[in-house]
Design a protein around this ligand. Structure first.
Ligand code: GLN
Length: 522
């Protein structure tokens, strides 16, 4: 049976529970344990797919096509695992399940109540069988939130159901620093742990976000108020890179604390994965400048996975990455004159399209390495049709009806199969031999995640091939173009999918690794 580690947060939101959870999981992995991760979000939306990216940052997509928030991305990246729709569960979905069951008559006329019906449903999601020694489960929101109460109640019950030594509660708080008095204040942390206790949950470890290391006296004081030995109070100091956190926990004996709680053997663990990243961060290395021509730059974290994937590829290539953010609405060739490579990321809607098309044109004509992601592939095709093939009104039907549509919605797509209207999740792609794509992936069949509505017209294949653009990846039935590339160009490749969702800090991702290598060569 898996053991459970719950991560809750208090005092304020945005303390980085996702990264803390992922880091604890990575630490356990480094000691040889198999780890799975889950997130419970108390809010009432049925899933995060409908939530504004302006509030929540990027929409992350799992293999099985679930649109989730970016914490699932941290879990997958740190832990190198694949998660699914059952690993990201909202309050809305729990209530939906319970109310649907009530309408079906499943409760046989009983009074349907928060306890046990909602709490049982929450426990059912938490304990869905997985092949892992540990399930790290983050509870979204902040202790004290009204909608979070039933979630705390459920994890309290679970500890009672399966045994207190099979469940560990880690609570993340904040110790603000008062400039005037030069003091770190521990009171909010005390109050937050007490708030948790009011819900019947004794924290087993506290991670206190602070601008500086907690002193022994401060840890003793917090421990005294929160029923914990001072060793179990960890300093969560701000770091300049999230991959330093597992080591920061390791040196504060977080593994030993977890091992003590569960009665595990204390081992040294193997932290080489993180040493390698720390070395990369501190090494003096050359830098490549990647021009990213996008439009969601004012949304914090809108390009989270993409930035991560470039960083990972930097590690693999031993080069530091400098991302130049170029607003596609204000694009001019001057903006890309000093970059080593151009990346056009995914996007929706007409705004900024001309700038992206111009960026693809510049990269093609000036032989600058180009990577197109989803929309970035579509604009490369539009640009090629207009400026090489001479089809002046070539466009996507997403942007105008008055055009020769080279990108459009395929009518033979089964909408139900596509999660409503978007093609979502992992799809296979067959790679043509002798192409750049084959060199990049060293494979003839790959799987990549999708999140888009429009597709490139497969009928263009023979025409564009005559002029040097080849479709080097296709769906196995041959109907959907998945990868395009240019023949007489050092590196011009674009995919209809989002490779950034599968990049790992430990190995990078073949497409990004090759793109950064091409930038370096340039
Ligand atoms: N807007 C385009 C489509 O729906 C591209 C989407 C994307 O880049 N993710 O097909």
């Amino acid at each position: 049976m898996a053991k459970y580690i719950f991560i809750t947060g208090g005092v304020v939101s945005s303390l980085g529970k996702g990264v803390a959870a992922a880091s604890c999981g990575a630490l356990l992995q480094s000691h040889g344990y198999k780890v799975h991760a889950r997130k419970l979000d108390p809010y009432l939306n049925i899933d995060p797919g409908t939530m504004s990216p302006f509030q929540h940052g990027e929409v992350y997509v799992t293999d099985d096509g679930y649109e989730t928030d970016l914490d699932l991305g941290y879990y997958e990246r740190f832990l190198g695992i694949k998660l699914s729709r059952n690993d990201s569960v909202s309050g809305g979905r729990i209530y939906w399940d319970v109310l649907s069951a009530e309408r079906r008559g499943d409760y046989l006329g009983k009074t349907v109540q928060m306890i046990p019906h909602v709490s049982d449903k929450i426990k059912e999601y938490i304990t869905r069988p997985v092949d892992a020694d540990f399930v790290i489960c983050e509870i979204g929101g902040t202790v004290g939130d009204i909608e979070g109460k039933i979630f705390l109640e459920s994890i309290r019950q679970l500890a009672n159901d399966i045994g207190r030594r099979n469940v560990m509660f880690i609570h993340l708080t904040l110790a603000p620093y008062l400039e005037k008095s030069g003091e770190l204040k521990t009171k909010p942390t005390q109050m937050s742990a007490r708030n948790l206790l009011e819900n019947g949950i004794q924290a087993d470890m506290l991670i206190v976000r602070t601008p500086r290391e907690l002193e022994e006296e401060e840890r003793k004081k917090i421990g005294m108020f929160c029923n914990l030995p001072s060793e179990n109070i960890i300093s969560g100091i701000d770091v300049d890179n999230i991959y330093k956190i597992p080591m920061a926990y390791k040196v504060q004996n977080v593994f030993d604390i977890i091992a003590n709680h569960f009665g595990l053997k204390k081992t040294d663990g193997d932290m080489h994965r993180f040493h390698k990243i720390e070395k990369y961060l501190s090494d003096k290395l050359p830098t490549v400048k990647i021009g990213m021509v996008g439009k969601y730059f004012d949304v914090p974290d809108a390009y989270k996975s993409l930035n991560e994937a470039l960083f990972h590829a930097g590690i693999q290539n031993n080069v530091h990455i400098n991302i130049k953010k170029i607003d596609s609405e204000k694009f001019s060739e001057d903006a890309v004159r000093d970059v080593d490579a151009i990346l056009v990321p995914g996007g929706f809607g007409t705004r900024g399209i001309d700038g992206k098309i111009a960026a693809a044109k510049y990269a093609r004509e000036n032989k600058i390495p180009y990577m197109g992601i989803c929309l970035g592939m579509q604009v490369a095709v539009i640009e090629f049709m207009r400026n090489v093939m001479g089809v002046k009104n070539a466009d996507s039907s997403e942007f105008t009806d008055d055009c020769t549509p080279v990108i459009y919605i395929m009518s033979d797509h089964d909408a139900a199969d596509m999660g409503g209207t978007l093609r979502l999740g992992s799809y296979p792609c067959v790679i043509k031999s002798g192409t750049l794509a084959e060199k990049v992936y060293s494979a003839d069949l790959i799987n990549e995640r999708h999140r888009h509505r429009y597709e490139m017209d497969m009928n263009l294949e023979s025409q564009i091939a005559k002029h040097g653009m080849i479709i080097s990846g296709k769906s196995p039935d041959g109907k959907l173009p998945e990868i395009i590339e240019l023949k007489d160009h050092p590196f011009f490749m674009a995919g209809q999918f989002h490779p950034e969702f599968q990049s790992s800090p430990y190995n990078g991702h073949p497409f990004f690794n090759a793109f950064v290598a091409a930038a370096l060569k340039k």
